[in-house]
Design a protein around this ligand. Structure first.
Ligand SMILES: [Zn+2]
Length: 133
């Protein structure tokens, strides 16, 4: 079972931001900026190529909902990344479970796309309180 499916089943913890019947959003433990968030379908699909359109639409809908919420918190905007295929090399898709990364953007801070190691010094509980929907 993949790590995102373990999170959906509650076998691994996460700092949840939002959840509905089909999707889950949580803070990325390898985040490169405050509020960097992963949005996934609750069911396992490797990427957009094997995901049914209605499930993919639900993931997009949640990404938009979370992004609008972050904009309302005062961020200048957001960036979204979704790598699809050839896990773990090639496209850069690190986990073979469809996901979007949402980066709240603050124009006063430098932007870093990828961080390969967990960012353990961050206070994820405080961030969860700030960002949760
Ligand atoms: Zn999975």
């Amino acid at each position: 079972m993949c790590i995102f499916c373990e999170i959906v089943k509650g076998e691994k913890s996460c700092h949840k931001i939002y959840e509905d019947d089909l999707t889950l959003a949580f803070l990325n433990i390898k985040q490169t900026c405050e509020g960097m968030t992963v949005v996934i379908p609750k069911s396992h699909y490797k990427n957009m190529f094997d995901c049914p359109p209605d499930i993919y639409d639900a993931v997009v809908k949640t990404a938009v909902k979370v992004s609008k919420h972050y904009k309302s918190l005062g961020y200048d905007g957001i960036s979204i990344l979704s790598n699809n295929g050839n896990t773990p090399v090639g496209t850069g898709q690190s986990i073979a479970h469809l996901h979007f990364q949402i980066f709240p953007r603050d124009s006063k801070k430098p932007f870093v796309l990828i961080n390969q190691t967990p960012n353990l010094e961050r206070d994820f509980n405080a961030e969860q309180k700030k960002f949760a929907l």
